[in-house]
Design a protein around this ligand. Structure first.
Ligand code: G
Ligand code: G
Ligand code: NA
Ligand code: MN
Length: 254
């Protein structure tokens, strides 16, 4: 279709950009990290959300070039903030299953980090268990290598897939992200509370860092703090926003 044809040109025409959503430490509500979320500034349609064009990109081969652009741009921005003395511990980038299937993720990550002089430790990759539908062994070998070099691997949307517990056993991960479906119903629904508690207890037992997403209200934040969640992300702390706006909220090194 027409949108796919336009998407083919989007990288070359510099129409993609990243927005950044803050993630705060549960303990002090200070910005600890951020999630990079891609946007497409379409010349005629305005800002096209990734929920629309990422699936298109995943059905074609475009996700590989878009994914490479996202990695490079995230590292470029991290390096810039670092030179400006702005403190951000880590930046998290979403990775599609297809990027792992290509078998080139490790070299792409390494190239982007080296090009911009960013340490491995500053990058986190968010994956979903849907990556296991392909060659699971190859995918998890790449994640293990990235992790061994210092990249943090986060399992996104935890609790909503088909085989979350097996995934947890089979994939080398550092971070569990509680899906926003559970966070949304915290307080309203006793089972959402019980499931969130179970996920966070599991994270603690396995020695994983925990992040909850989709926090919109103070009551949800309070409940998650009480349940021992490490980091909080959601509209309550900030929407995904352009770099120029996000960086205003970063502390400077003194
Ligand atoms: O930003 P928003 O909430 O509209 O994101 C919608 C979906 O698009 C989310 O599932 C998110 O993971 C996905 N997404 C956003 N940015 C990227 C990206 O850079 N790469 C990939 N693969 N997915 C992304
Ligand atoms: O699939 P993934 O977890 O990567 O998706 C992140 C998505 O969640 C982005 O589209 C982002 O805009 C959205 N998001 C972030 N914070 C909130 C929130 O507080 N409420 C809702 N409804 N969506 C959120
Ligand atoms: Na994500
Ligand atoms: Mn998620």
């Amino acid at each position: 279709g027409a949108l796919l044809a336009d998407l083919r040109q989007a990288v070359a025409r510099r129409e993609l950009l990243l927005h950044y959503q803050p993630r705060v430490a549960a303990a002090d509500s200070r910005i600890r990290s951020a999630e990079a979320l891609v946007r497409w500034q379409h010349p005629g349609r305005g800002l096209v959300p990734p929920g629309v064009f990422i699936p298109l990109a995943e059905e074609s081969d475009l996700i590989e070039s878009i994914g490479s652009w996202v990695l490079d741009e995230a590292c470029r921005q991290l390096a810039l903030w670092r030179r400006q003395g702005r403190v951000l511990e880590r930046l998290s980038v979403n990775v599609s299953p297809r990027q792992l299937q290509s078998g080139r993720l490790v070299e792409e990550v390494e190239a982007a980090l080296l090009r911009h002089g960013v340490p491995w430790r500053q990058l986190e990759l968010e994956v979903t268990e849907s990556l296991l539908v392909g060659d699971a062994r190859q995918a998890s070998a790449q994640l293990a290598e990235l992790r061994q070099r210092g990249v943090l691997i986060a399992l996104d949307d935890f609790g909503t897939g088909y085989s979350s517990l097996a995934t947890l056993r089979d994939l080398p991960i550092d971070v569990m992200k509680v899906d926003r479906a559970f966070v949304r119903d915290l307080g309203a629904d006793a089972s959402a509370q019980a499931i969130t508690r179970a996920i966070l207890t599991l994270a603690q037992s396995l020695g994983k860092h925990s992040v909850a997403e989709g926090i919109e209200g103070e009551a949800q934040a309070a409940a998650l703090r009480q349940l021992g969640c490490d980091e909080l992300q959601g509209y309550l702390f900030g929407r995904p926003m352009p770099a120029a706006e996000f960086e205003q909220r970063l502390p400077h090194v003194s």
